[in-house]
Design a protein. Structure first.
Lengths: 111, 465
């Protein structure tokens, strides 16, 4: 089967926010097929590698079948949290944008 | 079937004031809720109140009410309102609103004033003596001992009980302090629909918590900050705020006025339903625990989405025993500076300046607790996920942002002036500067829990003479 590299932004919408030093990213699949792909391919290990040291804690992913979305929590991910961080994006609003640049490999027939 | 229409009026400070006025004027609402507080706002308001007992509330409430109360007066259906704009001083906020009500000759106008969410630090100490630890919910640290000496303020996120009680006593407007954003909506659904905090109602309260979440950020559910931004329009420049029509079974239709811009789509609501909720099966709020995986969204009109049941599980569970409690403490000072590098070779210039700043900090013996070097136009938002710039990439300009955190304001100022600002000296010919923001004290937050019974809230009704 022919494999193809895509970015999450090709098949997902996203919005991110914060609670303390936790970044919270909602990753919304654009289609049912896309939901199956992200449930399979978006794993804590891959996300952690993608953020290259910006996420220092655990990563938990909650699937939401009703919305074909993943609720992704990144611990120790905002440089201390909104009130303490030195980052310009104090509340992690762009963490979703950062995530959807992540590449995954899919079967061409999956798209 | 019994229904109630609840509008969103505000989602922080500041928000579009015309959004609330539009909802009140054109939304055929029964109730409207205003959230005015971000996580840190209470700590700032408490320090204002400590200096001046006439302050400590959100000043924006006053012009907002000056705009809203004439609409309230002219409507046959007098909608009811609740807000958390009282901040650290709900009574004074109510006094100021009553003056407006008198001036407008509203006749009888009652304000329910809720106080007691601010907990004196002496009581925090008492609870610790009794064995309550105030474990940090984010970091897992067991006890507040490490920050006790630096504590500034403490406040509990409270629920809808007193809002409902105020309406029972005839309040037209309820003003509270750290009323949870979500409870401002739960109260407005629960009171008119007669829902109680009992087993029979947890499913419907779960729906109210969910819809409250969708409404509490105002325009954010109606097309602002959306993935659909290219197709969403604001013909007159006025984003719409969402309005929920909830029925007695806990099903609901979310819409907006035709006079406003933006859009209500399944996608705009979905974006908000996944926003900052953490474990979606257990979305914890003071009035109930919602299961957001049991919610179905369905487009039923141009700007109308139906919210109903998705699965066969209840949409809600009994409310938590404890309330969220935030302790704010001093944690040093942050100073920042932005310098704009002019090309050519912007990345090379920036790299040289970075090295210069590190050497100069050493040379002067300055030791900031933390320093962050970021490049605006490259990695200031997405950090290391952007990688290194390609060798042939040389944009016409690039911002350097340097931020320092130090224990004292003097150290923060020295870092900024000596190293942050003067880093231009190591750049090539030509750079731009901005006026740096004020050096700011860091109010850090310690999120924890407190037993409900340790937060004795009180309700007072004030009315026009």
């Amino acid at each position: 089967m022919a494999k193809k590299k895509i970015k999450l932004i090709d098949i997902c919408y996203y919005r991110s926010g914060d609670k303390g030093d936790i970044s919270n990213i909602g990753l919304m699949a654009k289609t049912e097929k896309a939901y199956e792909i992200i449930k399979r391919e978006v794993t804590p290990e891959r996300i952690k590698a993608h953020f290259r040291g910006w996420v220092k804690g655990d990563i938990i992913i909650y699937p939401m079948d009703n919305l074909q979305s993943l609720e992704i929590m990144l611990y120790k991910a905002l440089g201390g949290g909104a009130t303490k961080t030195l980052r310009i994006d104090q509340t992690g609003k762009a963490m979703g944008n950062a995530l959807v640049k992540m590449e995954i490999e899919v079967d061409e027939s999956d798209l | 079937m019994k229904k109630v229409r609840v509008g969103s009026g505000s989602s922080g400070w500041p928000d579009f004031k015309d959004g609330a006025l539009d909802v009140a004027q054109n939304g055929d609402i029964d109730y409207i809720s205003f959230d005015h507080l971000a996580e840190l706002t209470m700590a700032i308001l408490q320090s204002q109140y400590a200096k001046d007992q006439m302050r400590g509330y959100i000043p924006e409430v006053i012009p907002l009410m000056r705009g809203l109360l004439p609409i309230w007066k002219e409507k046959d259906k007098h909608f009811k309102m609740c807000n958390n704009g009282g901040g650290a001083n709900p009574p004074e906020c109510a006094n100021q609103v009553l003056k407006i009500a008198q001036d407008l000759n509203l006749g009888s106008f009652k304000i329910g004033v809720i106080t007691g969410d601010t907990i004196p630090l002496s009581q925090v100490d008492e609870l610790r003596k009794e064995g309550w630890k105030f474990k940090n919910m984010d970091t897992g640290e067991e006890d507040i001992g490490s920050v006790r000496d630096r504590l500034l303020a403490a406040y509990a996120y409270t629920g809808a009980d007193e809002i409902i009680e105020a309406y029972e006593q005839g309040a037209d407007l309820v003003i509270g302090g750290r009323l949870s954003d979500n409870s401002l909506y739960c109260g407005n659904f629960m009171y008119p629909l007669g829902w109680k905090f009992t087993d029979e109602y947890w499913d419907r309260i779960g729906s109210a918590v969910c819809v409250g979440h969708l409404l509490e950020c105002s325009s954010w559910s109606a097309g602002t900050c959306s993935n659909l931004w290219e197709e969403i329009d604001y013909p007159k420049g006025n984003p719409g705020f969402p309005i929920a029509e909830m029925d007695e079974n806990g099903d609901c239709i979310i819409s907006k006025t035709e006079t406003s811009g933006g859009a209500i789509r399944v996608q705009t609501l979905k974006e908000h339903l996944v926003y900052e909720v953490h474990d979606p099966e257990n979305y914890l709020m003071p009035d109930g625990i919602a299961d957001l995986t049991q919610i179905k969204l369905e487009q039923v009109g141009k700007d109308a989405v139906k919210i109903s049941r998705y699965g066969d599980k209840p949409r809600g569970k009994p409310r938590p025993e404890n309330l969220k409690f935030c302790l704010a403490y001093n944690d040093g000072f942050i100073a920042e500076e932005i310098t704009i590098v002019c090309g050519p070779k912007v990345f090379q210039q920036a790299e040289k300046a970075h090295e210069f700043v590190k050497r100069r900090l050493d040379y002067l013996g300055l030791k900031p607790r933390e320093m962050l070097w970021s490049l605006i136009g490259w990695d200031s938002l997405c950090g290391p996920t952007v990688g290194s710039p390609p060798p042939d990439y040389d944009p016409p300009e690039l911002g350097i942002r340097i931020a320092f955190k130090c224990d004292t304001e003097a150290e923060a100022r020295a870092c900024r002036t000596e190293c942050g600002h003067l880093c231009w000296a190591s750049l090539g010919v030509g750079a731009g500067f901005t006026q740096p923001p004020r050096i700011r004290p860091v109010f850090a937050l310690w999120p924890t829990l407190i037993p409900r019974e340790a937060v004795p809230l009180s309700l007072e009704i004030k009315e026009t003479k």
